[in-house]
Write a protein that binds this ligand. Structure first.
Ligand SMILES: Nc1nc2c(ncn2[C@@H]2O[C@H](COP(=O)(O)OP(=O)(O)OP(=O)(O)O)[C@@H](O)[C@H]2O)c(=O)[nH]1
Ligand SMILES: [Mg+2]
Length: 255
């Protein structure tokens, strides 16, 4: 049985590291083995003990000093250095016998979305049994314009890294019951999202959101997403099911 690689991707602070930790704990409670892989060379503290840590190879503060770069330039160079070192990182990942590798990506989403190095990393670790979990931020998606632009961003990432992708609304416990119900309805009913946009004042931003939503619909993108919380563990089983569905055709792992 081969290991599944699940990449947590999302805008800064969307909850990637916390979900890496919580989903690993959920898997453990269910009797599955996972390893946590930190792919963010710039992070200070993590809410989990990484089994594989890119900072063992690459450290942002050292790159800044050595190449006289600012933090963003150093992140770009670090992403390229990670791609160059991916063989060694993969060897260490492969030395573990785990059902899942949970990979925590840097907060600078554009590094993962737009740079060729992320493709090299995913291919190096093994694209075949890999999947993206794109985290939506509840603060952004509780209004219809914010949801449309966040979905567009998730599609952009998927376009750049063409492996199966699920979308999850992280930190769902921060939404009120009404907000959670509303967002959940939008997630499986594009028409309801369309109507909610039309209920906004039809200014230039809403007009563009309507066009974007039409475009998302036209490319046949799946807009459905699960609401997940690391506080209550709601939605963790949905993440597991989505991975099994995409990578194993719905088969459960034999425990
Ligand atoms: N209430 C609540 N807070 C959460 C949840 N998940 C994460 N947080 C909080 O959100 C903040 C950001 O979480 P992180 O996991 O560091 O987010 P990140 O995407 O890894 O952040 P960067 O790596 O800096 O981009 C922290 O204060 C977390 O405690 C959740 O499910 N519920
Ligand atoms: Mg993080």
């Amino acid at each position: 049985m081969s290991r599944k690689n699940l990449y947590f991707v999302g805008t800064a602070g969307s909850g990637k590291s916390t979900l890496t930790s919580a989903f690993g704990q959920w898997l453990k409670n269910e009797g599955y083995d996972s390893i946590a892989v930190n792919l963010d060379p710039g992070c200070d503290a993590l809410p989990y003990e990484p089994d594989v840590d890119v900072r063992d190879w690459i450290h942002i503060s050292e790159i800044m000093k050595e190449y006289s770069l600012g933090p963003n330039g150093a992140q770009i160079l670090a992403a390229d250095m990670l791609a160059l070192n991916i063989g060694e990182v993969t060897d260490v990942i492969n030395s573990f016998d785990a059902d899942y590798a949970l990979l925590d990506t840097p907060g600078q989403l554009e590094l993962f979305a737009f740079r060729q190095s992320s493709r090299a990393v995913v291919d190096g670790i093994g694209a075949e049994m890999s999947m993206l979990a794109f985290l939506l931020d509840p603060v952004l998606v509780k209004n219809p314009n914010g949801l449309v632009t966040s979905l567009l961003l998730s599609l952009t990432v998927h376009f750049r890294v063409p492996i199966p992708m699920m979308t999850v609304l992280a930190k769902a416990d921060l939404l009120s019951e009404l907000e959670a119900d509303t967002v959940e309805t939008w997630s499986h009913d594009p028409q309801a999202l369309w109507s909610a946009l039309c209920d906004e004042s039809i200014d230039a931003q809403t007009q563009i959101s309507l066009e974007f939503l039409q475009a998302i619909d036209n490319v046949g993108a799946i807009m459905d997403f699960s609401l997940v919380s690391c506080d209550t563990y709601d939605g963790m089983a949905d993440i597991y099911s989505a991975v099994q569905q995409a990578l194993e055709g719905g088969e459960d792992i034999e425990r």
